[in-house]
Structure formats: structure tokens, C-alpha cells
Design a protein. Structure first.
Length: 255
């Protein structure tokens, strides 16, 4: 127990050492991982933009430059194929002010498949409320298909995400935001690779190529004993409002 505690304190120190963390409150490509039936889970999403947007894109928005975002994600395995989750996003401004940025629930479905056994697929849906500090639409929904492959040595996962605004003050046309992850096992319990996130605009009116936002992250996933950690550094390209983003996801065991 003492060893596990020291590991988690070390991980938390590494995450907080950059002093301020932000960007979207969740920077993650979904894979086939699921909680076991009856199992509770907790992941801490921590993101920081060392160099990003310094002017709001709409009235009331908090620019991402040097803004901290820390989001606990609680999850529960309902069955082997269904998992429920709850996000509670918080932010800290450069002046130290703390904010709650909303609340989102999710439901994830992934049919049973052999671990490290090849192809898998699934679907995740999120619905929730966001404050105007982070979104023009107070209510929103995310539809996230999951398509992936994992043979133990190589893994790849593609999430062709549709992001929908549900409030009446903005367009409700779905936005296409694809995400992709490729990783290779480089040591026992350690994978290295990259993650890609795009912002392509409305699904039926995809933005011209020079107006799309792209983010590419170099990432490392560590899963050894009780330590389950994803860390990455990302670079924004083309129309991306943030130049550099640092992110981490720490999973806490509930066994």
C-alpha cells in the first residue's frame, strides 16, 4: 500500500510540476478498455496550454493561454459491454481563480473482445452542460464511434467524433472532430506513439483545408502494477488556436 501511494504521489508531482494545466478538459482517444462489471474507476485529466489563444473567440470565453484544466472522470462497469461515466471539469485561471466548467455524463458500449486479440469496435455518447467560459452552447452532445486494433505489440484506434450543440443560441449542425491513436509496445507495460485530433467544422460544410485545426501529440502510456498513466506533448498546426499543449491522464485503481 505504501509503495502504491508513493507511486501515485510521484505521478501527481510529475503532472503538477509544469505549474498550470489546460485546453479541452478531455484530450483522449477512446480504445476498447472497459471497467469490469461492478468496478468503479477514476481518471484525472490534467491539461495545460503553455502557448495558446490569448483573445476570446466569443464574448464570455476564457482564453486557453496558461489556463489550468483538471477534470475528474468517474466511471462504473454496468456489464462487460456497458460502462457509465461522469465528468466534473474544473479550471484555474493564471491569477489563481478557480472555476467549475459544467457537468457531463457518458455511456460507453464495447462488445466483448479478446484482450490484445485484434479488432474491436464500440460507441460512446456524452451529454452535458458547459459554462460560457468554455462553450457558446450551454448544452451539448458528443457521438463517438470507436474502431480499433490491438495485438499486444501494436495498437491503433480511430474515433470519428461528431460534436453537437443543443442550445438554441448557436448552430446545431454536427461538427466533425476526428481523433486517431497509434502506439507500439517498447517495454513491458510501456507504449509510445502519437495521437491526432482535428477540427474540421460542420459535417455537411467541411472547412477548406487551410481553415482546419490539427493537433499532433507525442505520447507515452505506462501501465505497470497500480500505475496507469498517459502523458503527451502536442503541437497545434494550421488554424489551431493553441500552439503547444501538455496533457496527462492518471487512472486510480479502485480494487
Amino acid at each position: 500500500m505504501a509503495t502504491s501511494l508513493r507511486r501515485w504521489l510521484l505521478a501527481a508531482w510529475l503532472v503538477s510540476a509544469a505549474s498550470a494545466w489546460a485546453a479541452p478538459d478531455e484530450i483522449q482517444v477512446y480504445t476498447g478498455e472497459m471497467d469490469d462489471p461492478g468496478e468503479f474507476g477514476l481518471e484525472l485529466h490534467v491539461n495545460w496550454v503553455p502557448k495558446g489563444a490569448q483573445e476570446p473567440s466569443y464574448e464570455g470565453e476564457k482564453p486557453s493561454h496558461h489556463m489550468t484544466q483538471v477534470t475528474p472522470e468517474f466511471s462504473y462497469g454496468i456489464t462487460k459491454e456497458w460502462e457509465a461515466g461522469l465528468y466534473v471539469p474544473f479550471a484555474m485561471a493564471p491569477d489563481g481563480s478557480l472555476y467549475n466548467n459544467g457537468l457531463r455524463g457518458r455511456m460507453k458500449f464495447v462488445p466483448e473482445h479478446a484482450e490484445n486479440g485484434g479488432f474491436y469496435w464500440g460507441f460512446n455518447t456524452e451529454v452535458g452542460y458547459s459554462t460560457r467560459r468554455v462553450s457558446e452552447s450551454y448544452w451539448g452532445m458528443e457521438l463517438r464511434p470507436i474502431l480499433g486494433y490491438d495485438d499486444g505489440k501494436w495498437m491503433a484506434s480511430f474515433n470519428p467524433i461528431l460534436d453537437l450543440s443543443l442550445s438554441t443560441n448557436v448552430s446545431r449542425e454536427p461538427n466533425f472532430e476526428p481523433a486517431f491513436k497509434l502506439g507500439r509496445t517498447v517495454a513491458e507495460g510501456v507504449r509510445a506513439g502519437f495521437e491526432y485530433y482535428g477540427e474540421y467544422g460542420p459535417l455537411h460544410h467541411i472547412l477548406p483545408a487551410d481553415q482546419r485545426a490539427h493537433y499532433l501529440y507525442g505520447v507515452v502510456d505506462i501501465n505497470r502494477g497500480d500505475l496507469d498513466l498517459n502523458i503527451g506533448i502536442g503541437k497545434g498546426y494550421q488554424a489551431a488556436p493553441d500552439d503547444w499543449v501538455v496533457k496527462a491522464i492518471i487512472a486510480f485503481p479502485f480494487k
